[in-house]
Design a protein around this ligand. Structure first.
Ligand SMILES: [Zn+2]
Ligand SMILES: [Zn+2]
Length: 362
């Protein structure tokens, strides 16, 4: 890169003109004005290097004699700034940022040579019965997902017969003129070779993906709870241009059961009990998710009391251990219609005369 062209100076420019040119360019391309813009930073380094070469009389003499180069090759950006072209009388606009100015140089055209993209996650809902939630098993969720294009196997490109690159007409580099500045850059589609190496896949327009409906198998762990979310890795949208696929997230809804209510991994069931069973104690049959089970009820069981059947609750989806079945006793009074029952209850009352409301102070 020629120091004079870079700074927009004539060969015989005076030190004052060199300083003025440097200040003018620094105001526009200083990294502090364009934070995070690596290209303008690299360009600014070239400007600094050119300025330092020309402002030092000794170095300038050496440079003019062709003994030194101004720019450090290692820090040069991927494009090369070719200098100012004042044949176009556009004038500098102070509002023009480096990003605007360089947009054509640094924004690659949409197409095959841009980088792969990660695929997006997909979300689906699945409603299952209470019994299926307890048993677990495989279900299928139908989703419409971006799949890898089969024609190009996701790469978006097909091998092309050897031919001239149409983007650079075989030269291997592309030229831009923006305002007064002229740039050249390696032609990206052919990587500077000037030959066409591949073409965009016509089936997917170079995106590497196609839309497909798919029934994805979902393994439901036994004991899955209502509101649980299952993640199926890699079953989201596939990434463009062979990028990493996203995940499928399945939100589980478990239908309520008429008898069992879930409390953590425990299940609760309300069981009606006759008055004599509660008073005298009894062995009663209670429903569980595995079928009827025998429960021993101690004498003097109160209405609303909770009894526990170990390991008869829901399986834990984490470790497979089971919660308990909580049996909530509900006392059911008989419909007393016959004289004999009434007589027995009166006698029962006489024998058990204790005031059951004594704690209420009445
Ligand atoms: Zn394709
Ligand atoms: Zn090319």
């Amino acid at each position: 890169m020629d120091c004079y062209i870079l700074l927009g100076l004539a060969r015989g420019a005076s030190p004052a003109e060199i300083k003025r040119a440097y200040r003018r360019l620094a105001r526009r391309y200083h990294p502090d004005i364009n934070p995070g813009d690596r290209e303008s930073e690299a360009f600014f380094r070239q400007i600094v290097s050119a300025y330092e070469t020309l402002i030092d009389p000794g170095r300038r003499r050496e440079y003019d004699a062709g003994m030194i180069r101004s720019t450090d090759r290692a820090t040069e950006p991927a494009f090369e700034f070719q200098g100012f072209d004042f044949s176009q009388n556009l004038g500098f606009r102070d509002a023009a940022t480096v990003n605007e100015l360089f947009a054509e140089v640094f924004t690659p055209p949409a197409g095959a040579w841009t980088r792969p993209e990660d695929g997006a996650d997909l979300h689906a809902n699945l409603t299952i019965s209470f019994g299926d939630a307890m048993a677990g098993g495989e279900r299928r969720v139908t989703v419409t997902r971006l799949e890898r294009c089969t024609a190009c196997r996701g790469g978006g490109q097909l091998k092309a017969p050897d031919a001239m690159c149409p983007h650079c007409t075989g030269t291997g580099s592309v030229r831009w003129t923006r305002h007064h500045m002229v740039f050249t850059k390696n032609c990206a589609p052919c990587a500077g070779t000037g030959r066409q190496q591949s073409r965009a896949c016509p089936a997917c327009a170079g995106e590497g993906v196609s839309v497909r409906s798919e029934a994805v198998p979902v393994q439901i762990p036994a004991g899955v709870a209502d509101g649980a979310r299952l993640r199926i890795p890699g079953k989201g949208h596939v990434g463009r241009r062979a990028g990493r696929p996203g995940d499928l997230h399945v939100a589980i809804t478990v239908e309520p059961h008429p008898l069992f209510h879930r409390e953590g991994d425990d299940l609760r069931v309300v069981v009606p009990v006759a008055i004599h069973e509660a008073a005298l104690g009894a062995k009663i049959d209670v429903p569980t998710i595995d079928g009827p089970a025998r429960l021993r009820m101690p004498p003097g069981t109160q209405s609303g009391q909770r009894l526990r059947l170990r390991d008869r609750g829901a399986p834990s989806p984490r470790d497979g251990t089971r919660g308990d079945l909580i049996v909530e006793v509900k006392l059911v009074l008989p419909r007393v219609i016959d004289e004999r029952s009434k007589e027995l209850l009166r006698e029962f009352g006489r024998i058990n005369a204790e005031n059951v409301r004594k704690n209420l102070g009445v």
